[in-house]
Design a protein around this ligand. Sequence first.
Ligand SMILES: [Zn+2]
Length: 670
Amino acid sequence: MKIRAIFLLALPLLALAQKPSAPSSGLDSAAMNKTADPCVDFYQYACGGWTSNNPLPSDRARWGRFAEVTDHNEKVLLDILQGAAVIRDARSALDRKIGDAYAACMDTTAINQKGIAPIKPELDRITGMSNKADVVAELARLHRMGVDALFNFGSRPDAKDSTRTIAVLSQGGLSLPDREYYLKTDPKSVEIRQHFLQHMKNMFVLAGTSAESAAGYAQSVMDLETILAKDAMDRVSLRDPNKNYHIMTRAELAALAPSFPWDDYFHAIGAPAFETLNVSQPDTVQKIASDLQGYPMESWRAYFAYHLLRTHAPQLTEAFENETFDFWNRYLTGAREQRPRSARCVSTVDKTVGDLLGQKYIDLTFGADAKAQITQLVDALEKAMAQDIRGLPWMTEETKKAALAKLQAITNNVGAPKKWRDYSKLAIARDDFLGNSIRAAQAAYAQRIEKIGKPTDKTEWTMTTPTVNAFYSPQNNSINFPAGILQPPFFDPRRDIAFNFGGVGPVIGHEMTHGFDDQGRKFDGDGNLRDWWSAADNAEFEKRAACVANEYSGFTAVDDVKLNGRQTLGENTADNGGIRVALMALKDVLNGKTDKVDGLTPEQRFFVGYGQIWCENMAPQERRNRAMTDPHSPGRYRVNGVLQNMPEFQQAFSCKAGQPMVSENACRVW
Ligand SMILES: [Zn+2]
């Protein structure tokens, strides 16, 4: 099952670092708007200064405290890469690989000179397809190159036996961010599709097609993707692990969708022998196979060519990059210019050989002390969560026992994965930017496919070490905190403890709570999809979760677009539970102390610290996209949506019934 990623945040210590003489509470007064009433709009009170002083940079669709820290990490990585790229001899194999990967990306002169030549052989293969067997062979080839087309095939732990990894077939193959983009008929959706058609046409022209043919190709891609969209399962249903678990034999799959030569495909993809697989969305597979039976060869050529070009445009000439940016970023997200080339190349190396870069990064940024302190914090939060579960008014003793057992079984991973990925077989050439990217994607896909039929490696990470994020894995029942998030300014032992618990505390609590959100709760402590709830507790949970879903469905994302309370339910449940657990842990440590710092009580500092990790500005285009695709709520609601449910918050700021930050219908699950 898809890992639920997370909590994106940052604390305002970058500002403090520039003002070493300031008192070290960690409170960023400049970020606040003290003229705002915390009981009317706490987000404005905690973040009003920041949002007005930090307009959206021209190369961003979204800018927040989290992005500030990512920027800081990017500079560390850039230093590493520039050093590794410049020194040509006496480099270690690791330095050579990351240095060459970076240098290849930065060499825009060579990239522009080559023009379309590097991708031409792949395009020619697609143009040369003449029958169904060719289409299936090409589909497998594209999948092996990491190009998303038609559906996804890979490996995942068996949801009901997480110790073994099995083959998984799931829906995919769309270009736009969600099926709704193809199906909705409102003027904005129609406009997006018109722009998308024009963009595809431009890409085909850049690849050497005449303008007239290019328009036809673009329409063919749109038609094919509209069929995929119509047949696809919706995003809310995709969240439910039970709706996406259908173990079948290969013969059953063949009977479900007889028009597709599955055996040929599995052979071409290089899959190890397997008897059964999870067909995640059988209805979708059946419908697509039927709808696309005998589909015109010309449409397949256009569809594959566009997907190949889209995947690899960042490794092609400036013209391809600009066209891609114009549609996918400028038009669709509202960013006005591209990130600097060096920043894009840092991210490329992170994507290509992330675990090599991660090894260098962690040496520079994350010591044993930091690890020990974070581990202590995680332990404190776990203790608080156990206390929270034991005190739940709505859960029976029997289910509490099972929940506590699951909590006990959570594995905590801090800093970096236990094993780094091996890239020894991956060739990186200083003069072959596109080739590097294709070979890296092929190696990553081969590693994924090789796992079919093998025992699950539960220590694996799905994020690179410098990533400013964290994740809970339901099948590993693990919480994972990459070093990227576990360093100043996220957590600083020199800082006021209430502020620290308000910052990193809710992140840790959030990940733990994912094990008990509306979907995470369906897995047991061993990471298996198994119902450990009594019927009565199940009903109580659903009642409380429905309250959260209704609450967030009432929030406006942009214009007339509301949040989808069911799409964001897991994250909102984790936010609401996580902060409660963090506050319990803080109170335990404070042990009755109430000293004011910067004029604020410990509880007030805790809530301001929490609010300030979510300060952000976002382009309206991006707000619209995220409302349709992001399982997380925007920063404003991650603050106000959570705090209006909390009597502890209302008490800390003496808010009164009837004020906006005091919900009449406060929701609480955990
Ligand atoms: Zn999350």
